[in-house]
Design a protein. Structure first.
Length: 125
């Protein structure tokens, strides 16, 4: 957790008793999110592909790639084993391997298919 003074008022009991997992936590928004939940009294678990920087000290850290099924399974199994579950999940992953063009591009490449999708890539409900 960062050691500089926090510039905003914080209720130290706002998240008391909550179990939080934040992904993508080594820098920027992920690190700030961890800091804010920690200051609000939450128990915070984190995960990232990279090791934590010096001074980052969450209650739980699992180094894993949550863009893979194995990485998600590793994080989930560890947290369930330690805490029995979560109350809050912040998915803050920093990158994506999705093709450019969004959903329609994925549909056109055969990455999204099934009877619930129209031929033009729209989802039929």
């Amino acid at each position: 957790m960062m050691t500089a003074a926090y510039p905003f008022p914080v209720d130290r009991n706002e998240f008391k008793g909550k179990r939080v997992l934040v992904t993508g936590v080594t820098d920027g928004m992920g690190a700030a999110t961890v800091r804010r939940f920690s200051l609000g009294g939450a128990r915070v678990a984190t995960t990232a592909r990279s090791p934590l920087h010096s001074g980052q000290d969450p209650e739980i850290f699992v180094q894993a790639d949550v863009s893979t099924a194995d990485g998600v399974r590793e994080v989930a199994d560890y947290i369930i084993g330690k805490w029995g579950g979560l109350d809050i999940l912040v998915n803050n992953v920093g990158g994506s391997s999705a093709p450019n063009g969004g959903f329609c591009s994925a549909y056109g490449r055969g990455l999204a298919a099934g009877p619930e999708f129209e031929s033009d890539g729209r989802r039929s409900l």
